[in-house]
Ligand binder design. Structure first.
Ligand code: NAD
Ligand code: TYD
Length: 338
């Protein structure tokens, strides 16, 4: 079996590459990544040593190049992780989110159809459902919850989902979609909440919490997400959407305080809120649990410790990022926030 993975030099894509190399040792993995600021070849260093792994530096929105790669590699399965993924960046620069997340998805769908890919899997997000009110703890996102996006990021991801479903309905092309809650774990780029707080605390910098810090996210250890996608591409029904999440809701303040307490250091600084900030995400995962037997195996208590320890032990990985264009981003994002 040949599996083409896009965005494999990013956070979840790279974790998926390592998961698949270990779990299916007879599979060939092909990775396509543009290596944007979020993609990192040092993340894939170990994978590059494997005979079962091939890497292409390419843009998923580049029709000609993508066509050439599909013509040469003829993958059986495509899993599309490649995306612009940060909400804050989508607020300041929405255009690239449409290029990669919408056009890129359509280019991949078209190439997958042309070369008779047996399964195209779109990695989506619970953010396509918008947000839930904090005071209605009884409400959860199901696969039937209407799309109701807030940010340019989530709007672009919802558009990609609709295109993916259009390829199923119109052409009978075999697609699946997973909509997952917030992930955390190794190789997470330090612009997102958890790695940013860990890195800042380790560097003795303050921890910038947006607004009142009461926004709620439903956290899932990245390996549990990888397991869900592996199950869906092998056993999921075509044309179906599967929500992935582990009933692990926490306020941002709870998450940040947990990091401070484990590290024994870190000072919170409340900063100006994110524009259009979603209040609460919460997934109902009963469909994937009942149909495919998926359930989260790593508790937050365990996963957050593994993650913090990983950042302590892999300082070289994130220091390299901090020394690049990240400085400029950080200054622009947080420099003027009060
Ligand atoms: P990430 O930003 O860490 O990685 C994205 C990767 O895609 C990078 O390696 C980048 O170089 C690559 N890329 C970007 N534009 C590209 C292009 N035009 N062509 C080829 N490669 C390109 O993102 P992530 O957090 O690993 O998210 C992966 C996927 O999972 C995304 O589709 C995201 O929407 C989805 N998702 C993320 C989360 C989360 O909590 N991080 C939760 C649910 C769903
Ligand atoms: P983030 O990791 O960007 O994921 P998403 O917005 O896609 O859920 O943010 C998670 C939560 O943390 C979100 O409510 C915004 C908040 N946040 C902060 O309070 N401070 C920060 O510096 C960042 C990056 C996020």
């Amino acid at each position: 079996m040949k599996v083409l993975i896009t965005g494999g030099a990013g956070f979840i894509g790279s974790n998926f590459v390592y998961y698949m190399l270990e779990k299916h040792q007879d599979y060939q993995l092909i990775c396509i990544d543009k290596l944007t600021y979020a993609g990192n070849m040092s993340t894939l260093k170990k994978a590059m040593e494997s005979r079962n792994f091939t890497f292409y530096k390419a843009d998923i929105a580049d029709r000609q190049v993508i066509d050439e790669i599909f013509e040469k590699e003829r993958p059986d399965v495509v899993v599309n992780f490649a995306a612009e993924s940060h909400v804050d960046r989508s607020i300041t620069n929405p255009g690239i989110f449409l290029e990669t997340n919408v056009i890129g998805t359509q280019v991949l769908l078209e190439a997958s159809k042309k070369y008779n890919v047996k399964r195209y899997h779109q990695v989506s997000t619970d953010e396509v459902y918008g947000d839930l009110p904090l005071e209605r703890k009884d409400l959860f996102f199901t696969e039937l919850t209407p799309l109701h996006t807030s940010s340019p990021y989530s709007a672009s991801k919802a558009s990609a989902d609709l295109l993916t479903l259009a390829y199923f309905r119109t052409y009978g092309f075999p697609v699946t979609i997973s909509r997952c809650s917030n992930n955390y774990g190794p190789f997470h780029f330090p612009e997102k909440l958890i790695p940013l707080m860990i890195v800042n605390a380790l560097k003795e910098k303050s921890l910038p919490v947006y607004g009142d810090g009461k926004n709620v996210r439903d956290w899932l250890y990245v390996e549990d997400h990888c397991k869900a996608i592996d199950l869906i591409i092998h056993k999921g029904r075509v044309g179906e959407i599967y929500n992935v999440g582990g009933h692990n809701e926490k306020t941002n303040l709870e998450v940040v305080n947990e990091i401070i307490s484990y590290l024994g250091k870190g000072t919170i600084r409340f900063v100006t809120d994110r524009a259009g900030h979603d209040r609460r995400y919460a997934i109902d995962p009963s469909k994937i649990t009942n149909e495919l037997g998926w359930f989260p195996e790593t508790s937050f208590n365990k996963g957050i410790k593994i993650t913090i320890d990983w950042y302590i032990q892999n300082q070289g990985w994130w220091e390299e990022i901090l020394n690049g264009t990240y400085q400029e981003y950080y200054q622009k994002m947080y420099g003027s926030k009060a």
